[in-house]
Design a protein around this ligand. Structure first.
Ligand code: 13P
Ligand code: SF4
Length: 330
């Protein structure tokens, strides 16, 4: 058996799990024993979504993390999400089933380079997409998610100059929607940049009337074809309320589990990638498994730590985002 320190360094405990154990039952027992809550993103594997207390998009998950009265938050998502939960609830223990569950978009914006970038625009306000490190949030004026980015930019005076990072695709979409001239950081998500316009066109021809639902992290060529653009929660709600029966979904494929569960009579197709890979599965999100979630609850590891000085700075732009979101009714 590994020591707890070794478990934390590896990212998860390589501990033998009795294959006859009912992990759903064990997780429920541990949750009660430890007064823990499981928050899961829609991109998690179906078993994790099914055992979670709350499933949501990045905004919904931050709102839950800020208001929970549990002692332990198990964050079934990626590192920046668990970090955001820790910043909002610093006295709680925040666990991430696999500490190596990162994010290509967050990695595309190293804080020391962003610091130099923002110094070139001293009179600009800095809005950062939540998919970034805590250190980057600490350098920001307002944080946003895919569901409130447009509303947050619109809430600012027209003459306000703005830097937007790290996602250039979301930034370009917000600039187009709001008519603002945003200075963009050149970052992107590895999952949302792989969809094929040609293959989607062919699918549309084979399925007359099918609707394309796209996440704003997708490239403009895909967004231009979309019938609806929104966050994962937005995409799910749109499909549920729509009278249409068939949908192509241009975001990480994990969302299809909930879409299908809520709408068993409707058909959902993952948008096809350029190559014949399964690259619309986020390799970071999918590092978490039910087994790792069980071990993480049982051992209380791996735990998320954020330095106090970063918490104090990063909490302000996140709280600003939550405040504006609640004014916007989000
Ligand atoms: P939302 O949760 O805001 O839809 O964003 C998706 C995403 O890429 C999370 O990593
Ligand atoms: Fe990051 Fe993209 Fe994975 Fe979301 S889907 S966690 S943005 S790499």
């Amino acid at each position: 058996m590994d020591t707890l320190a070794e478990i934390n360094i590896k990212g998860f405990a390589e501990e033998f799990i009795d294959p006859t154990l009912d992990l759903f039952e064990e997780i429920k027992k541990l949750k009660k024993e430890k007064n823990a809550v499981i928050l899961a993103h829609y991109y998690q594997e179906p078993d994790i979504q099914d055992i979670a207390d709350y499933i949501g998009d990045s905004l919904g998950l931050s709102q839950q993390a800020a208001k929970t009265d549990a002692d332990v938050i198990v964050f079934a998502g990626v590192h920046f999400m668990a970090e955001t939960a820790k910043i909002l609830s610093p006295t709680k223990k925040v666990l991430l089933p696999d500490i190596k569950a990162g994010c290509s978009l967050a990695d595309s914006c190293p804080p020391h380079l962003f610091k130099k970038f923002r110094e070139k625009y001293p009179d600009h306000l800095v809005i950062t997409y939540v998919n970034c490190t805590a250190e980057l949030k600490a350098m920001s004026d307002i944080v946003c998610t895919s569901s409130n980015a447009v509303g947050i930019v619109e809430s600012l005076p027209k003459e306000q100059k703005i830097i937007f990072g790290p996602d250039k695709n979301l930034g370009a979409y917000v600039a187009k929607k709001t008519g603002r001239d945003l200075v963009l950081w050149n970052g992107a998500c590895m999952v949302h940049e792989i969809f094929s316009r040609e293959k989607i066109t062919k699918m549309k021809e084979r399925h007359p009337g099918v609707k394309l639902l796209a996440h704003p992290e997708c490239e403009d060529a895909i967004l231009q074809m979309a019938d609806y653009i929104g966050s994962t929660t937005g995409i799910l709600n749109f499909a549920t309320k729509s009278s249409d029966q068939e949908f192509i979904v241009a975001t990480e494929a994990g969302i299809l589990h909930q879409m299908q569960k809520d709408n068993p009579q409707k058909k959902f197709f993952p948008a096809p990638p350029e190559s014949n890979c399964a690259c619309n599965d986020c390799p970071h999100m999918k590092r978490n498994t039910l087994e790792k979630l069980y071990l993480c609850l049982k051992n209380g590891l791996p735990e998320i730590f954020v330095p106090q000085d970063i918490i104090e700075k990063a909490v302000l732009p996140i709280e600003r985002m939550l405040e504006i979101s609640s004014k916007l009714g989000l």
